[in-house]
Design a protein around this ligand. Structure first.
Ligand SMILES: Cc1cc2nc3c(=O)[nH]c(=O)nc-3n(C[C@H](O)[C@H](O)[C@H](O)COP(=O)(O)OP(=O)(O)OC[C@H]3O[C@@H](n4cnc5c(N)ncnc54)[C@H](O)[C@@H]3O)c2cc1C
Length: 334
């Protein structure tokens, strides 16, 4: 039996280990586009504050993969999936066949299409490489614009403040996945962020980002003046990274639709983590994941099921969707 896993994050690693637990001899391959060895994505902001360096965010879960006979191939992006031929084609033109496939490609932070072609300095905070670019571009005293509606924008604004940057946070009204922070907790968090000196432009969207003397500027929708800055850091909701599935016939909505066993609409293909959209059989609701621990839980479950366990996922509505790692949000701001 040959198991192929796309993506090298917590869902992928947990799945590979769960498969190995049941299938001692099977071939297990993790194929991911990032070059970096596994790292703790939720700690990326600690690189920005300077609390940790790259070695300090290594993911311990990734350390014993070779020992467990799990092969990891890095730096190659899956470009297409052929469910009928049971084959994945990669960006470099190579192809890999599988008996069971897991898609665990996580999320991405695309530049809003409405902004058109943007100048250098529009930087998502999604990967290690992205974060090193932000570190390089922004120093103490520089103004950063942060763009996003929720969790990622909160932690990124706070981290940039701790770096010594001046921060303007555009907080547009846009849909949020999972269980967005709301009510009194949200109000407390916004107060705390503001208390650290972040300027919050609540409900204001960015129409465009354009070049300006000494840097760039974010142009608000409506009447407000442009905000000159050194960088616009994209910290929007992670969108499932599934563009390579176009034409595969695998059913997607916002994410890859999966059932309670984390099976997609295609035979022998599963999905887990931030790229998956789980339809709960009982309630009919669908959910997109956000959270390190829930990605691990989903990955483990998908791996067990790929190896024949037949376990369903939902016990509680919140299970496997919004289980975070890291300190409480308010503690990260102070
Ligand atoms: C800045 C930041 C801060 C966060 N903070 C927290 C936090 O404090 N607490 C928390 O619990 N969660 C946090 N999260 C969310 C958490 O990191 C995710 O929920 C979790 O990483 C999802 O795991 P995953 O395995 O589904 O996908 P990911 O960790 O996203 O991994 C997917 C991997 O697949 C790769 N990939 C994508 N497309 C392809 C392709 N076509 N071919 C091959 N490989 C591909 C990606 O490059 C990536 O390496 C944060 C996320 C970010 C970006």
């Amino acid at each position: 039996m040959r198991f192929l896993i796309l993506g090298g994050g917590p869902a992928a690693i947990a799945a590979a280990k769960a498969i190995r637990g049941r299938e001692k001899k099977a071939g297990i391959i993790i194929a991911t586009e990032e070059q970096a060895p596994p790292y703790l994505r939720p700690m990326l902001n600690d690189l920005i504050t300077g609390r940790l360096d790259v070695s300090g965010i290594a993911d311990p879960q990734g350390e014993d993969l070779a020992e467990k006979g799990i092969e990891v191939r890095r730096g190659n992006r899956a470009a297409a999936v052929d469910p009928a031929g049971k084959k994945v084609t990669f960006a470099d033109g190579s192809a890999e066949s599988y008996d069971r496939l897991l898609i665990a490609t996580g999320g991405t932070l695309p530049v809003p299409a409405a902004w058109g072609k943007t100048p250098p300095g529009v930087l998502p905070i999604n990967t290690l490489e992205d974060t090193l670019r932000i570190q390089e571009r922004l120093s103490r005293g520089d103004r950063a614009v942060v763009y996003g509606p929720g969790f990622l924008a909160i932690v990124t604004s706070s981290a940039l403040r701790k770096r010594g940057c001046e921060v303007t946070w555009f907080r547009p009204d846009m849909p949020r996945h999972g269980y967005p922070i709301s009510g009194e907790l949200e109000a407390n968090i916004l107060d705390s962020v503001q208390g650290t000196g972040v300027e919050i432009l609540d409900g204001i969207d960015i129409a465009a980002v354009r070049g300006a003397p000494g840097g760039i500027e974010a142009v608000p929708k409506g009447d407000g003046p442009p905000v000159p800055c050194k960088a616009v850091v994209l910290a929007t909701e992670r969108e499932p990274a599934i563009d390579f599935l176009a034409g595969s016939g695998i059913r997607t909505e916002t994410g890859i639709l999966v059932d309670d066993l984390l099976r997609t609409s295609a035979p022998d293909i599963y999905a887990a983590g931030d790229c998956a959209e789980i339809r709960e059989t009982k309630s009919g609701k669908t959910r997109i994941n956000f959270g390190w621990r829930s990605a691990i839980l989903q990955g483990k479950l998908a791996g067990l099921n790929m190896a024949g366990a037949g376990k369903t996922y939902a016990r509680e509505e919140s299970d496997y969707v919004w289980v975070l790692i890291g300190p409480a949000l308010l503690d990260r701001i102070r």
